[in-house]
Write a protein that binds this ligand. Structure first.
Ligand code: ADP
Length: 638
């Protein structure tokens, strides 16, 4: 909910008439009228919403309109935090009316809108203040009327002081207001003591004294404490009778205005509270907006510290400070004193975020404690918001750093891999030539001088040739291993059935010699690097045949499974099997579990398989038990 919606919600349920106007310096249009307003005016929502203010005030009220417009313009000009009160507007009645002829106090409260135009809240409540008494003449007339109607008008009591006899008369209603018994006999001093100790009692003494000395009438609103101990607001008016320049009599009326006064005060409080809450929401809204956008903790906190005072009751005397780690941001003139509110949040064991808000001077009003409970909650919310945001930013920073270092490492690894491959490629190439020479000279030696050599020497030649043959195979496999990446850079459509058939026909002799049974299920057509896939099946099938149980014909099963994201291939045999301790090791280059005398090989085949699978983004692993057989699995993502 944004601040405007929030305000509208509150306004709608205010107990007194209220409207929300939107305007610029020229005109104002009504954007919201609350329940109480619609009820008192008898209007419907759609009759008033969207209407310019000038249309809403009837002809007879037009002189008040200019007053109101001036006040509104004043609010627009002075901007936020300005509150214009006690604007007197008499609204025209019945046929052209808003309210029937009553005098209302109008409060104009600016509410910042996100747009350039401004929202102003108008609240109306009946004006009971003294300034409504237009003249002494009218006042006297009213007094007399009050006196006459004492018994008729509810809650108005009359009284009279005879200064010559020094007596005080109270009417029954006056006694009722003071909550004393009907036979109570008042005297001037005890009557004064009914007024609340302090300002109220001093005020009544002062006006009475003045009336005695100068004969001036008075009209005050004060609080009394009744005989039963209840607080009651009374409107006291007094008039004097003079004789030969001396006041001999003071008489007047006491009206019980407690209910009205309470509503009036309450309206003021509600409005003030509303205003405060709106301000707090605004502040929090601004802070969370910053939090969402900020990419640097320093910037965020530097800007947030300036926003914080705006959420407090008296922004002009509010200063703030934010401490984060070992850095501090402060508004101008920040001080810590006995009017400082703190909030601290721990970021880590060492790190913390603390916010302090102080009033540089005592508050203009006396409240309990220097801060409102809502302000304490506001500070909590601000701190939580900032904490979350700074954590988010820090995490982002860490992620970026991690990413950068990962990228750097990947680059380094790629480079060293490339270098290694280059090395393997070059050496295997270069080694082949001398190797060929060794083999060919050994063959020459055997051919030409074989007859002259003894059995031992001929065996040495055989071992040497065998060694050279093995070395040649190692070189060829290494070459294969190093060439893999360079050879393939484009995926193609591969019918895996065809690949497997090719491999099997290339190794037909081995299959026949071993009397092997090969079962191949229907295999899929996939996208991949063809040479790699061929190598994979070739190495796995040859191993499955090679590492068979002694004296047994090998059985090999080749199958595949499809899932949403990948193909899973299986090459299973019933051969020697592998101890689980070596299940990972065998995929490393040059790792063999059997020596050359037992089984020919270079220890490169499975390393090639692993590389081939990884090039496709897949995985390869084995399930195997010695003496039972092995199952090689590999996945190829789709
Ligand atoms: P090579 O077969 O050339 O030795 P490989 O990398 O293909 O190299 O295999 C590494 C080792 O893993 C082999 O020496 C062998 O001990 C073991 N191995 C591979 N495949 C199987 C299998 N199907 N059954 C039993 N052991 C195997």
């Amino acid at each position: 909910m944004n601040e405007v919606e929030f305000t509208q919600k509150i306004i709608w349920s205010l107990p007194f008439p209220a409207i929300l106007l939107r305007g610029n310096r020229l005109d104002f249009e009504l954007v919201l009228a609350n329940k109480a307003f619609l009820k008192i005016t008898g209007k419907k929502d759609d009759e008033v919403i969207g209407e310019p203010l000038s249309n809403l005030i009837a002809e007879s009220g037009k002189n008040q309109l200019s007053d109101l417009l001036n006040a509104l313009k004043n609010v627009v000009q002075t901007g936020r935090e300005v509150q214009v009160t006690s604007r007197k507007i008499i609204f025209p009645d019945q046929n052209s009316e808003w309210f029937s002829g009553k005098i209302f106090k109008v409060n104009l409260t600016p509410i910042n809108d996100s747009k350039s135009s401004r929202l102003i809240l108008l609240t109306f409540y009946e004006d009971f203040s003294r300034d409504n008494q237009e003249s002494t003449f009218e006042q006297n007339k009213k007094l007399e009327r009050l006196r006459d109607e004492t018994q008729k008008i509810a809650r108005v009591g009359s009284w009279e002081v005879d200064l010559q006899k020094n007596t005080l008369y109270w009417s029954d209603m006056n006694k009722e207001i003071h909550e004393v018994s009907p036979d109570y006999e008042p005297d001037l001093e005890s009557a004064i003591l009914f007024y609340k100790e302090g300002e109220d009692r001093e005020k009544i003494r002062e006006v009475l004294q003045n009336a005695i000395e100068t004969g001036e009438a008075f009209d005050v609103e004060l609080q009394i404490i009744t005989e039963k101990g209840n607080e009651c607001w009374v409107h006291v008016t007094g008039k004097t009778k003079m004789k030969d320049g001396t006041t001999i009599r003071i008489y007047g009326a006491t009206q019980d205005i407690h209910k009205r006064k309470m509503t009036e005060l309450e309206s003021g409080t509600v409005l003030k509270n509303l205003h405060e809450r709106v301000k707090e929401q605004e502040c929090l809204y601004e802070i969370s907006k910053l939090c969402n956008l900020a990419t640097k903790a320093d910037d965020l906190l530097a800007r947030a510290v300036d926003i914080i005072p705006e959420g407090w009751q008296y922004p002009e005397i509010t200063v703030a400070s934010i401490k984060y780690g070992d850095k501090t941001w402060q508004t101008d003139g920040f001080i810590e004193n006995d009017r400082t509110l703190h909030c601290k949040k721990n970021v880590s064991d060492k790190h913390s975020l603390s916010i302090s808000v102080s009033y540089t001077k005592p508050k203009p009003e006396l409240d309990i404690g220097p801060f409102l409970i809502q302000e304490k909650l506001l500070l909590e919310s601000i701190a939580s918001n900032l904490l979350l945001a700074t954590e988010r930013i820090e995490n982002l920073k860490k992620m970026e750093e991690l990413n950068a270092s990962l990228q750097k490492r990947t680059k380094e690894l790629t480079r060293s891999n490339k270098e290694l491959e280059q090395f393997a490629f070059v050496t295997s190439h270069d080694l082949q030539e001398p190797l060929r020479m060794i083999t060919s000279f050994l063959t020459q030696l055997e051919k030409k001088y074989g007859e002259q050599l003894d059995e031992k020497a001929r065996r040495y030649i055989f071992y040497a040739k065998n060694g050279a043959k093995r070395m040649r195979q190692v070189i060829l496999d290494l070459l294969e291993f190093s060439k893999m990446d360079a050879d393939e850079n484009k995926k193609t459509t591969i019918d895996v059935n065809k690949i497997v058939n090719e491999v099997l026909s290339q190794n037909k002799r081995m299959v026949e010699e071993l009397n092997a049974v090969i079962n191949v299920n229907e295999l899929p057509v996939i996208q991949g690097f063809k040479p790699s896939i061929r190598q994979l099946f070739r190495n796995l099938i040859i191993n499955a045949l090679k590492y068979h149980q002694e004296g047994q014909s090998p059985n090999v099963f080749i199958s595949s499974e499809e899932t949403d994201k990948q193909w899973l291939f299986t090459v299973r045999d019933d051969g020697l099997g592998i101890d689980p301790a070596y299940h990972e090791k065998i995929f490393e280059i040059f790792q063999r579990l059997h020596n050359y005398e037992e089984f020919e090989g270079t220890g490169i085949g499975l390393a090639i398989c692993k590389k081939a699978v990884q090039r496709h983004g897949g995985d390869i692993w084995i399930e195997s038990q010695p003496g039972i057989g092995s199952t090689f699995y590999f996945s190829i993502p789709k």
